[in-house]
Design a protein around this ligand. Structure first.
Ligand SMILES: Cc1ncc(COP(=O)(O)O)c(C=O)c1O
Length: 424
């Protein structure tokens, strides 16, 4: 067998492969090495949950942040807008940056919140996720470094793995309500650093950063000439109301904001979101590079783009009800988890995630706790190491979108299981 897996290779005068006599058609098709650096624990653990389910245990899926899966309904005026678009024949390709009225609606939304954005610097994307991937692809070369929070939402690490770039993790500190450790952040900058990722409100911690912390992050990025990726997909889901966009603090910062219809507009399956690029001329080349890459994927889902205007210009009363529901579920979550011996939990102030910590017995990992809990009770959470934390630290993420009565049942199951687990 030759080095390339061929049966017999003959070489021409310059050593080039010139003929292949017999191909090995039985060998497994090789996969790319980058896949080994790509993990997505939130979905990876579902295979084990399905095994548990097949064995007859009811599984409570607290792993994915999808409000629709827990009975929250997409607002009907958004559904009507998409339905109308489908019937009106908006089923062809659209402009790669998105339809003009959707881009204008996004620009107007940010501008009204104090972050002046022009429509020609808005892109409509397949969720926040695609905007982030387009931006990192447009701005970070192979070998480039990006400052990413730890714990992180795993999309960032996954995209950077695809780009052969490196995530450098800056710590969020559970002892200080999961605030970024600014000294640690500063210590990570190298000549290869290109960008700073800020997730605020945060997944997986549920934290919202106060204004001085936000300013410090922007000042730090400015000092080092870094692009700021502000992941604001939970911006409308602060328990006390919508959280201001980062761009309001410094409209001239090199900042790009990302959001979508997935969370605050209850339509994650539509894969529709946007990115808004700040007015700084330092970002002009990034606008051009993102445009090129966006051209390459033709356009995002056109009928759903019609829901962007309905969302941003129409009735938002569902958000008031949703925030109330989230606050009530967060209260049950924190009260009940803190009552379990061996578990501590920072109270979230936005979104639908909590990141409790279990006092692990020596030698155990967060994954072992999560899988044991799943097999014993059917409760499925995500282990903290899936978000980059040390496995022995014992963190896990809970999605608390289930109704409060069901959450109470779930926390009863966790309490009974944890009592036995932590005592070894
Ligand atoms: C912090 C964060 N960013 C991005 C996303 C992806 O969202 P979208 O559905 O808009 O792609 C999520 C989804 O959970 C998230 O939590």
């Amino acid at each position: 067998m030759g080095r390339f897996g061929y049966g017999k290779v003959t070489r021409g005068v310059r050593g080039k492969i010139s003929a292949v006599t017999t191909a090995n058609t039985r060998a497994a098709i090789p996969t790319a090495g980058r896949v080994n650096r790509f993990t997505y624990a939130i979905r990876n653990i579902v295979a084990e949950a399905q095994r548990v389910e097949a064995a007859g245990t009811r599984v409570r899926y607290l792993n994915i942040g999808d409000p629709v899966a827990f009975g929250f309904k997409t607002p009907l005026h958004l559904v009507a807008a998409v339905e109308r678009a489908l019937r009106d024949g908006h089923n062809g390709y659209g402009p790669s940056a998105g339809i003009a009225p959707a881009r204008e609606a996004v620009a107007a939304e940010y501008t009204s919140k104090g972050f002046p954005v022009s429509a020609d610097r808005v892109f409509i994307t397949a969720g926040t996720s695609e905007g982030i991937e387009l931006t990192l692809s447009a701005s970070v070369d192979s070998g480039g470094e990006v400052l990413v929070p730890l714990p992180t939402y795993p999309l960032y690490t996954a995209v950077l793995a695809k780009l052969d770039a490196r995530a450098k993790y800056y710590r969020l500190d559970p002892a200080r309500g999961w605030m970024p450790d600014l000294d640690h952040l500063k210590s990570l900058v190298t000549p290869a650093t290109r960008a700073l990722v800020i997730i605020d409100p945060n997944n997986p911690t549920g934290a919202v950063y106060p204004t001085p912390v936000r300013r410090a992050l922007l000042d730090f990025a400015d000092e080092h000439g870094l692009l700021v990726l502000a992941d604001e997909v939970y911006g409308d889901l602060g328990f006390d109301g919508a959280v201001e966009p980062y761009g309001l603090l410094d409209p001239d910062a090199a900042i790009i904001s990302f959001s979508s219809l997935s969370k605050a507009y209850l339509a994650p399956g539509w894969r529709t979101g946007w990115m808004a690029i700040g007015r700084s001329s330092r970002l002009d080349d990034v606008v051009g590079a993102v445009k090129k890459l966006a051209d390459g994927r033709l356009c995002s889902t056109v009928p759903m783009e019609y829901a962007v205007m309905a969302a941003l210009q129409g009735d938002r009363s569902h958000q008031v009800a949703f925030r109330d529901a989230l606050r009530a579920r967060a209260t049950v979550t924190v009260d009940r988890l803190r009552a379990i011996p061996g578990i501590s939990c920072v109270a979230p102030t936005a979104a639908f995630y909590a990141m409790p910590r279990v006092q692990l017995p020596p030698g155990k990992t967060d994954e072992d706790y999560v899988l044991s809990l799943l097999r014993a009770t059917g409760v499925l959470c995500v282990y903290g190491s899936g978000f980059g934390l040390a496995p022995e630290d014992g963190f896990l993420r809970i999605v608390f979108l289930a109704p409060p009565e069901e959450l109470a049942e779930i926390y009863d199951l966790m309490a009974a299981f944890t009592a036995g687990y932590v005592s070894g």
